[in-house]
Design a protein around this ligand. Structure first.
Ligand code: MG
Length: 243
């Protein structure tokens, strides 16, 4: 699907094949108001940057490391807009982390920072949901970051977008909890792509979460969390407890 126009005039146009490269269209289209938006991509992997804003590193009780710290969320944690984030009974503290996300457009390895734009399809919004208590208990992050529904993604991939200095805001029940500008990232997107592709091959559709700013905090059942990136849109999800 490709979305054109804004607000009530927005139209979803069906893409014939895949969204990578220059898409071709089937000719079928719908008003956005009549479309349920799913997660914009099923990544083969989601690579996340930890502590990429100094103020967040400080609130976590440490300094930001010199090199990027990375970890992976499984693709089974991805959900789309409006799908509930499910809090597992094993955790007493499940946090939101609003983040700008990068979507990779072609297979790549050993990409230099200056060439990162060439391998990026576009940008979307993510919530790096975290069982904070389990992250601390385990000393590494796989369990606390990997529950099903812990990676809301969307609402769509913006392909005409300059990510270098935009506002990111996270709201919980309409109250602003996080507010930053992406220019405050310690490692910019070029550096991040260079760092990750020094380690692993990235495939079309792979997603990079660029780190969360200060203001992380818990969510409880019945609340709604929304992450807005100026120039992309808003990713909003309700929160429930696992039945
Ligand atoms: Mg994060």
């Amino acid at each position: 699907m490709s979305v054109e126009g804004e607000g009530d005039d927005a139209v979803a146009k069906e893409i014939a094949e895949h969204p990578f490269g220059t898409p071709t269209f089937t000719g079928r289209s719908w008003k956005m108001a009549d479309v349920r938006v799913l997660a914009p991509i099923l990544a083969s992997k989601v690579i996340c940057i930890g502590k990429n804003y100094a103020a967040h590193a400080a609130e976590m009780g440490g300094e930001a490391p010199a090199d990027p710290v990375i970890f992976i969320k499984p693709n089974t944690s991805i959900i789309g807009p409006e799908v509930p984030i499910v809090r597992p009974p094993s955790s007493e503290r499940v946090d939101y982390e609003g983040e700008l996300a990068v979507v990779i457009g072609r297979p790549c390895k050993d990409v230099k920072a200056a060439q990162a734009k060439d391998v990026i399809l576009g940008y979307t919004i993510a919530n790096d949901v975290t069982a904070r208590d389990q992250q601390k208990i385990d000393g590494q992050w796989t369990r606390g970051k990997s529950y099903d529904t812990f990676c809301p993604l969307g609402p769509w991939i913006e392909t005409s977008f300059d990510p270098s200095d935009v506002e990111l805001v996270t709201e919980l029940d309409g109250e602003v909890k996080q507010r930053t500008r992406t220019s405050l990232m310690l490692h910019d997107i070029g550096e991040i792509v260079e760092w990750i592709t020094r380690i692993m091959t990235l495939l079309p559709g792979d997603v990079i979460l660029t780190g969360t700013p200060e203001g992380v905090g818990p969510m409880v059942a019945g609340q709604r969390v929304s992450v807005t990136v100026n120039g992309i849109g808003t990713l909003s999800n309700p929160v429930v407890d696992k039945a």
